[in-house]
Design a protein around this ligand. Sequence first.
Ligand SMILES: Cc1cc2nc3c(=O)[nH]c(=O)nc-3n(C[C@H](O)[C@H](O)[C@H](O)COP(=O)(O)O)c2cc1C
Length: 189
Amino acid sequence: MLSTFDAIRNDIAQRLADGATNRRSPIHTPVVATADADARVMVLRGFDPQSWTLRFHTDARSPKVAVIESDPRIGVLAYDKQAKLQLRLRGSGRIVTTGQAVDSAWSQSDNFARRCYLGSGPGEQSDQPTSGLPAEFEGVEPTDDQVIPARENFALLLVQIEEADWFSLAHTGHRRALFIGDEGRWISP
Ligand SMILES: Cc1cc2nc3c(=O)[nH]c(=O)nc-3n(C[C@H](O)[C@H](O)[C@H](O)COP(=O)(O)O)c2cc1C
């Protein structure tokens, strides 16, 4: 059981870094909540340990984007069952659609991933069950040329973490630490 704030802050940072790169980590697919009391699973794509910023990829047309632009408060929730550890993060979200960071994330995606941004925007209604994809790309990887129009729908959601709540389950007594910025405090679980 970790017992110092330094060790726990390192533990949080390591779990987020691993969650961003390791598909098998339960932290790879946290729940991301917005200020409208909605929440959804997203893939954690990056963690910057210097600025404690999380990176997610999303569709610029998705309803969450407008919500975040009008109220940037974000909650991120993950539970690692094996480690018996809950991470509850709060922060400020920012949608980014242009610039080097977006170009770099786009260039690192393959055309199957880029294809998600080619069709109808998330939340669009349909008369029939739909993947939202143009019919010619169902089960087919588009070419570099075909995927060009998808780029304008691709956005980053960057979440600057302001509070981190670390909750460790144990028979001997649970432990919980809350960090507001760099400052840690113990709280009752
Ligand atoms: C396992 C899983 C991973 C997902 N990953 C993402 C993601 O990385 N980005 C994203 O925008 N939506 C992702 N989604 C879809 C969202 O949960 C959500 O349905 C979608 O973003 C609609 O957005 P809204 O919350 O704006 O309505 C994922 C869904 C699942 C089940």
